[in-house]
Ligand binder design. Structure first.
Ligand SMILES: C[S@@+](CC[C@H](N)C(=O)[O-])C[C@H]1O[C@@H](n2cnc3c(N)ncnc32)[C@H](O)[C@@H]1O
Length: 386
């Protein structure tokens, strides 16, 4: 058999640049319950579903689920979906957004929640960062409501109010996420109780505004490098975006949400998940990788992505497609072409890689002044042969 060539068509589609960001979701009910800077948009998910001709009985997988845009996109179209996410906070947000709710029941619980008179909770034992992140009265209100919510036995309902509380808290906090760090900037804030109540009302109204179709949606707290819960040949398409190479580690800026709303005990599973090796030995890394003389962090990244790609190949049905959004890695002395390298690894695994769409080009600088080059963000398309 002649050796297959790796020659994807590189197509310039800069008009789609905004679609691979969270921005178009900002005005979409339910999608916008949590602003996730690293997310992509519902319109991107739907565009890919149309391209792959996904119908109602099909299954979509997003192994880097984030806050759930892909599964919510499935829910709107009545398509089945599986999501895997390593971070319990993001998984909690995704699950709360994709849940089916009884609106009357939510209204009843809302009346119950706001019926209670304020009782001053103790702020002892809260981490210093959390105390600095709010004015004292707001923080007391937040803790008071959080503890009341914990009395709701129905987890679905409790999580809805908890996410609303997180959303309200994010609007009155002094903490700003600035890249990888949290900055404290004091500002005037509204009285918390009426503000929180308005957010709950708006979120209930959001549910009325959305038209969801029946479908099966499954999520796992897990690792994309080792999708133990997904069977071979199970999914018809993968729509996803992994963390980007050499991007600052952003999960630490969610420390306040993690400790206040999920309880610090839940922080630990993340660390133990990262670094787990796949049980089955993955095929050996392709030799072209070592010829590229990549920085060690890039080698680690592509080793992980090699595992993820192998897993995607395993779980896809023959004929199944992948759309993977990824940006190039910026290093002080060079730009690493993640899209091409991932495409080439996919090709070595057996995928066909027909096209790579370049959707963004950004000037990359060192110390904000010295130009390193122009970094691409792309959609890599792959297809498992029939
Ligand atoms: C670029 S974001 C995806 C955002 C998502 N498309 C959205 O719109 O919300 C990458 C996500 O992958 C998650 N992640 C990182 N490593 C992972 C792993 N090994 N397995 C599963 N998820 C992982 C991160 O926590 C993050 O939520």
């Amino acid at each position: 058999m002649p050796k297959r060539r790796f020659r994807p068509k590189i197509v310039e589609r800069l008009e789609l640049g905004e679609l691979v960001t969270f921005v178009p979701n900002k005005n979409l009910p339910v999608y916008n319950w949590f602003y996730f800077k690293e997310g992509f948009s519902r319109d991107f998910v739907h565009m890919m579903m149309d391209r792959f001709k996904i119908g109602e009985d099909d299954w979509i997988l997003d192994p880097f689920l984030g806050t759930g845009t892909t599964l919510l996109g499935c829910k709107e179209r009545g398509v089945n979906g599986i999501g895997i996410e390593v971070n319990p906070l993001f998984l909690f947000i995704a699950n709360t957004k994709i849940t089916d709710y009884d609106i009357d029941e939510l209204r009843e619980w809302s009346r119950w929640l706001f019926r209670h008179k304020f009782e001053k909770p103790s702020l002892q034992g809260l981490p210093p960062l959390v105390k600095r992140a709010f004015n004292k009265y707001n923080l007391e209100d937040i803790i008071f409501f959080r503890d009341k919510i914990m009395e709701i036995e129905n987890r679905k309902i409790a999580n809805f109010f908890l996410l609303a509380l997180m959303r309200a808290a994010s609007k009155v906090t002094y903490a700003y996420k600035d890249g990888a760090v949290i900055k404290i900037i004091k500002k005037p804030t509204p009285p918390f109780r009426p503000f929180y109540r308005r957010i709950v009302k708006r979120m209930i109204r959001d549910l009325k505004r959305m038209e969801f179709q029946p479908s099966t949606l499954i999520t796992y707290l897990g690792d994309a490098r080792r999708m133990t819960n997904v069977s071979d040949d199970e999914v018809d398409a993968v729509i996803t975006s992994p963390p980007y190479l050499n991007k600052i580690e952003y999960t630490r800026v969610y420390e306040i949400e993690m400790t206040l709303f999920l309880g610090s005990d839940i922080v630990n599973p993340i660390r133990s998940y990262i670094g787990l090796l796949p049980r089955k030995k993955t095929r050996e890394l392709p030799s072209f990788l070592s010829d590229l003389d990549l920085p060690p962090v890039a080698m680690d990244y592509f080793t992980d992505m090699w595992r993820v790609l192998n897993e995607m190949y395993r779980v896809l049905t023959p004929g199944g497609s992948v759309a993977l959004v990824v940006a190039e890695g910026i290093f002080p002395d060079r730009i690493v072409e993640s899209d091409i390298i991932i495409g080439r690894m996919a090709h070595e695994i057996g995928f066909r890689v027909p096209e790579i769409w370049v959707v963004n080009r950004r000037v990359a600088t060192r110390n904000r002044t010295i130009k390193i080059g122009v970094a691409r963000e792309s959609i890599v398309f792959m297809k498992k042969p029939k």
